[in-house]
Design a protein around this ligand. Structure first.
Ligand SMILES: Nc1ncnc2c1ncn2[C@@H]1O[C@H](COP(=O)(O)OP(=O)(O)OP(=O)(O)O)[C@@H](O)[C@H]1O
Length: 342
């Protein structure tokens, strides 16, 4: 098990990673997300032993690193996958995967499993981005790492390829049975691929939990907004229910919220019906998304909400609509004054 306790990293006098705690199970994939500059790459570099740590401990059973006890990268048995693939351009696919490898049987195994059998003699320059990343992954896994760090492995690839390759990478990591920390900028990728998601803000983990919990029960408004479209509607928490201008809905108090709260509404929690002159809201703008449309509406009370509906909905800016809450699951309710992180 990879265990990180109270890890802090400073650059000079500037703290960049603050008191990070996490533990990864044997074959667990943890996605690390957060705004640019929040310290994601620094965490990976610290775990790999590429930079010194200021405080805390990184432990993998066979070794333990602290601020005063540096364990060099080659002793950590870490596998790294980068966004720019980091392949040797003068070597073939096979030579890249077998580089410094004693047991080439494992190279054969991963070349086959990742669909690279026919490309053994190709040079990186003749491969597509997706093929290059498969080679990088095959090379990493063929070396039987104790844990794998992936730094935005899909960010140089086009959208269609990203979608299929993310599953290939996940399946390969699960087959290898190694713990992995995967940094991404893509919230959808984080929620769909990870066993758990860690949301980082200014060097601190705001929440670490399974994807459903992070999305439906975010620890605070920062996490709520970071993981997707989020609207907040005032209401009164009474027992298990929240009384709002759109009716009573089941609520779940976050941050010990009580009394006056704000309900987290995702665009899919709401419905929108076109009206001629009745209704309870006006359309501000609409964004076409292909299979769906995202509407921004203002309720007659002045509160703004975002609603996702079928692309067959044709209401335009300025037109009246009826908005209702359609979800049955309890919605996260935050204390009205508790917007510390957001
Ligand atoms: N070698 C360095 N010396 C000093 N400051 C650094 C160094 N490397 C990174 N930083 C700073 O540390 C902070 C965290 O950087 P880091 O690259 O870890 O963030 P990140 O979350 O990976 O960002 P991005 O999403 O943009 O890749 C940033 O403010 C960055 O400017």
């Amino acid at each position: 098990m990879l265990k990180v306790s109270n890890l802090s990293v400073n650059y000079g006098d500037t703290p960049v990673v603050k008191q990070l705690n996490l533990a990864l199970d044997r074959d667990e994939i943890m996605m690390l997300v957060g705004p640019t500059g929040c310290g994601k790459t620094t965490i990976l570099q610290a775990l790999a032993g590429l930079i010194p740590i200021t405080e805390g401990e990184i432990n993998l059973g066979s070794w333990s690193a602290t601020a005063t006890k540096m364990v060099p990268p080659e002793k950590r048995n870490v596998g790294m996958v980068f966004q720019d693939f980091a392949l040797f351009p003068h070597l073939t696919v096979e030579q890249n995967v077998c580089f410094r490898l004693k047991n080439t049987e494992l190279a054969d195994h991963w070349l086959k499993l990742l669909g690279l059998e026919g490309l053994r003699r190709a040079k990186p320059a003749n491969l597509s981005g997706g093929q290059k990343q498969r080679v990088a992954l095959a090379r990493t896994l063929a070396h039987e790492p104790a844990f794998v760090l992936l730094d935005e492995p899909l960010s140089n690839l086009d959208a269609a390829l990203k979608d299929s390759l993310r599953w290939e990478i996940r399946n390969a990591l699960k087959t290898a049975g190694v713990p992995a920390i995967w940094v991404t900028h893509d919230q959808e990728e984080a929620l769909s691929v990870g066993d758990r998601v860690g949301i980082l803000n200014r060097g601190r983990l705001e929440q670490i939990a399974d994807p459903e919990t992070c999305f439906a029960e975010p620890a605070n408004r920062f996490v709520a907004r970071f993981l997707g479209e989020a609207s907040f509607l005032p209401g009164q928490l009474q027992g298990q229910d929240v009384l709002t201008e759109l009716g009573n809905v089941p609520g779940k108090a976050m941050d010990c919220a009580s009394g006056q709260v704000e309900l987290l509404l995702r665009p899919d929690d709401l419905s929108l019906v076109a009206e001629t002159d009745k209704g309870n809201a006006v359309v501000d703008w609409v964004r076409y998304e292909g299979g769906s449309k995202l509407y921004c509406v203002t309720l007659d009370s002045g509160h703004s909400l975002r609603v996702r509906v079928s692309h067959e909905q044709h209401s335009k800016p300025g037109e009246r609509v009826s908005i209702a809450i359609t979800t049955n699951h309890p919605l996260a309710a935050f204390a009205q004054q508790a917007d510390i992180a957001g």
